[in-house]
Write a protein that binds this ligand. Sequence first.
Ligand code: HPA
Length: 260
Amino acid sequence: MSLTDLQDARPETAIVLGSGLGAVAEAFGIEYEVLYADVPGLSASTVLGHAGRFVLARHNGKPILIAQGRRHLYEGLTAHEVTAGVRFMHSIGVKRVVLTNAAGAIHESFHIGGLMLIADHINLQGVTPLLGGAHFHDMSEVYSAAWREKLHAAAQTIGLKLHSGVYAALLGPQYETPAEIRMLRTIGADAVGMSTVPEAIQARALDMEVAGISMLTNWAAGLKPQTLHHAEVVEVGKAAGACLARLLKAALFHPPLPGV
Ligand code: HPA
């Protein structure tokens, strides 16, 4: 299917799927897909576990745009480049976006394979997609409080444990050192990853509503005797993706949660 079909569907809600979470798209009723390569300004992801396509899904009659796979700063791209997908979504009328990712757990009460609702973020990537653009956007509520409430309510309805915390974004592509994780904990981070924050900043600057969910795929470096492997991160993400799909379905269009 083509770009025009995607525009004509006029989805107002979008979901960006992180590492290993691609299968979440299948949990929704997929209508068709459009490769990023066929969208001007976008290009395919190079990272294992990231498919690089938009999926137009329909759930309870409403269209949802699902971005399967994202670009990262650690691929050598600029913050402007990694957020092209968000600007594209905005250009076709998307008003709200759920950003998902795989993250390392820092807070000791979390569990691996669980989900953390992003309450706020700490941008340690040293860049922003707004560089050279409009100045001084307010970032005091990047992750919509109303949506967080809805997601918590949805989690309760389906009996899912949903953690909540602060996501710290680092540049990567290497995982952190134990000393870096101790620093992150000290400054108030509950989970760590290498994505999401540029997209969240761009989406807020465009006045889109943002929700963020981290899939806790591993304990962050130094918290357990372990070494970190991307393949394991992707595997845990796949296994726990079913929970994410249930949560999203319940939160997006469940009758007791109107307005989304
Ligand atoms: N650190 C950074 N990014 C990640 C991690 C991690 O431990 N796990 C998944 N993405």
